[in-house]
Structures are given as structure tokens and as C-alpha cells.
Write a new protein. Sequence first.
Length: 268
Amino acid sequence: MKLIVSMAQMAVVNSNPEENLRKGESFISEARQRGSDLICFPEMWTTGFNWANNERTAREHQKVIERVAGLAQKYAIWINGSMLTLNEDGKVSNTSILFNPRGEKAGVYSKTHLFSLIHEDQHMAPGRSLCTVETPWGRVGLAICYDLRFPELFRTYALKGVKIILSPAAFPYPKIHHWKILVRARAIENQLFMIAANQVGGEDFGPDGKATYFGDSVIIDPWGETAIEAGETEERLLTAEIEVDQADQVRSRMKVFQDRRPDLYELG
């Protein structure tokens, strides 16, 4: 089964959903012209991070989410990226939403591992569950940025039969070598496709410091090979065709899951 996927590597304009939606629609339109089935955006792609305004922005952001749903329907394309939402308790969350071409929410995942280094855990509510989605190309798992450092999440997805993981991100310098290693490692050890769209540009977190994002959006296949990769600074739409059945081929050849010894593992 072939999947044509685009990734929108973009500089997010902080607290300006209108400008980000304008950019986003331009990327979506181009992706559709290229024949893409799916377009992936970075983490918090409609607003950026702004701790002071998050709650107010999140309360108004449902309209933005509805507009993204409308774009999925207008262009008949699957759309993924993380955005501000309010959870069932009215708390602000960083949430990856996968829209189908009918504009429906096919999958919703709120970030479970919050990045304490920039006090995300003080400003966001953590998600309470993982999310897999049945798509025309197979089972897809949703993750967000910092989740990359928690291999248990990805192994859980793999054991559930996931072949593709979508991971919007806002990974900053100087951790580019971590990014390159972690995305590739998660693909290799779980024998699946990692589709990781990262921001470029920068952001001021006030007392929590500043961040400069390094892009390097990438698709890694189940053997750990690079299908496509962006540079570190430019806004760019990347498009690649992947053969999703490669995950089954790799798993049948190198039987990692059958060779596991869960009877010995001690996971607290």
C-alpha cells in the first residue's frame, strides 16, 4: 500500500492563528497538487507556545480547529499536527489531531509526556491515553515531540500493530543530534515509519528562556533509512511516497517482536 505524504516545515507565528492558517492552507493546497494523501504540520502549529495567553487562546481555539477540519474537507486530504485544546476538565492541552478528508477527527491524542525543562508541565494538562487510528494505509499511532524520549510509548504502539507514527515537534537547538538519533532509533527498534515534522524559526518563553528550532523534518523507514529530510532553517514542503507494507516485510524478516522476553523485563 503506497502513501504519498507531505510535511510542512514552517516557522510558526506566535499567537497569530490567522497568519499560521494562511501559511497552512498554502501548504495544504500545494500538497494536494502534488497528489499527497496526508499532510503533517509541526507541534502547536496554529499558535506556537505562549504560556501567558494559552488558556484564553485555547478557549477561542475551537473555531481554529473547525477551520482546519474544513480545510481537510475542502482539499480532500488527511491533516495532522498538534494544536491547543481544552480537555474534558477545561484544562489546556497540547493535542495532536488527525483529520480525515471528510473533516472528521479520526484520532485525538493529548501529549502525555510534558517537557518540564520549559515548564510545560506547569502550563499544560497531560494526556491520559494513547491513540491509534485505522487508516487506508494501516494502523497509525500519534505522538508529540518530547514523547520521542520515552521508548515505551512507541513499543506499545508497535505491539498494537502500528506501521506509521506521526510525531509533530518543536525540537530546538542544541539538541539536533538527539533528534536525529531518537527519530531513527524509534523507527528501527519498532520496525515502522516515523513521520516527524519539526518547526523552524524561534520563540521566546520569557523567564523560561528562548528556543531556536532546527527543522530537519524527516521520514525514517522501518530499516532506519531516510525517505526524505529537510534542512535546518527553511520553511519548506517535503513530499515523499512510502510503501507502508515495508513494515510487514521488515517484521517478517527480522523477528524482533517474537524474540522479545517480556517475562524478564522490569518496567516500573
